[in-house]
Design a protein around this ligand. Structure first.
Ligand code: NAD
Length: 285
């Protein structure tokens, strides 16, 4: 119960990583306000949690009036606001020359302006309350390039800098601000985005996901619950001296160069074939 008594606002809390964060925060003793575009999706998550610990507020993070409503709903519900998790995000395919202007603007509005508006609305409440913790869900795509994702990666890189800037400006008010950079986590977003590339390459989803996984040191995609644990730590007083950080949670994918990843796989196959290392389930003596 490391965040017992805290009040948290989680955007995009109806699905994937956001829903996992809501569930984890409640398990750790917090009360949560979950927001998202579709009320029925939020209701489903709220129903799965104990009564009295969750409130919902539908709206669009890129609209200032919706954002004010979200923050006020959280404050009315809990009497204060301790934690803000900017998790809502979208992707759009396209390299610079062929990216639709509408898609560029929308990605920036949701992934960058949205967190900015929420921070702008939440920070005065946190200052009034003597401090708080802001957690911005960026991406490994904010640190490394992904093919054909110019808007997404740019927005997530800018979100890391916005995080650091807020950490500097509001440190004196005891507001901590950190970014979390997930690698591949299997959610509706990755099923859709990666799945469509798989289709282009003539692979079904499972084959495509296992092909990519072979280049990740831990050899798999992550689960949303593997992001929510770190968020609970960052929301809690356990991380009281941590601010302005960008945590990578990616199964090790960003530590390997593209050359290194393919060499690692070839070596693994060779040593397994030659019986030099144990295969899963086999004990080498
Ligand atoms: P998801 O599609 O399940 O979640 C995104 C959520 O954002 C949804 O609930 C959606 O309703 C909400 N949302 C989108 N636009 C919105 C808007 N304008 N206003 C309000 N809510 C809006 O995908 P996810 O994988 O759970 O992604 C959550 C976050 O994690 C995103 O910011 C994403 O960029 C980031 N991320 C995901 C991965 C991954 O592999 N899944 C990797 C790195 C970063």
């Amino acid at each position: 119960m490391k965040i017992k008594g805290k009040i948290a606002l989680i955007t995009g809390g109806g699905t994937g990583i956001g829903a996992a964060i809501a569930e984890r925060f409640v398990a750790e003793g917090a009360k949560v306000c979950i927001t998202g575009r579709r009320q029925e999706v939020l209701d489903k998550v709220a129903k799965s949690l104990p009564t009295g610990v969750v409130v919902t507020c539908s709206g669009d993070v890129s609209r200032e009036e919706d954002v004010s409503r979200m923050v006020l709903t959280a404050v009315d519900f809990g009497g204060k606001l301790d934690v803000l998790v900017n998790n809502a995000g979208i992707g759009a395919p396209g390299a610079v020359a062929d990216l639709d202007m509408k898609d560029w603007r929308r990605v920036m509005e949701v992934n960058l302006t949205g967190p900015f508006l929420l921070m702008k609305a939440a920070i005065p409440h946190m200052i009034g309350n003597g401090g708080g913790s802001i957690i911005n869900i960026s991406s490994v795509g904010g640190l490394r390039c992904l093919p054909n994702r110019s808007a997404y990666c740019t927005s997530k890189a800018a979100l890391i800098m916005l995080t650091r800037q807020a950490a500097l400006d509001y440190g004196p008010y005891k507001i901590r601000c950190n970014a979390v950079c997930p690698g591949g986590i299997r959610t509706a977003m990755t099923e859709h985005d990666f799945g469509s590339v798989g289709v282009l390459l003539g692979m079904d989803n499972d084959t495509f996901f296992s092909t990519i996984s072979s280049n990740i040191p831990l050899q798999r995609f992550g689960d949303a619950s593997e992001i929510s644990g770190l968020c609970a730590h960052l929301a809690s007083d356990e991380s009281s001296f941590t601010t302005g950080a960008a945590y990578v949670v990616d199964g090790g994918s960003s530590i390997v160069s593209v050359v290194g990843a393919s060499i690692t796989n070839q070596l693994k196959k060779k040593t397994e074939n030659e019986g030099q290392i144990a295969k899963p389930g086999e004990v080498k003596r």
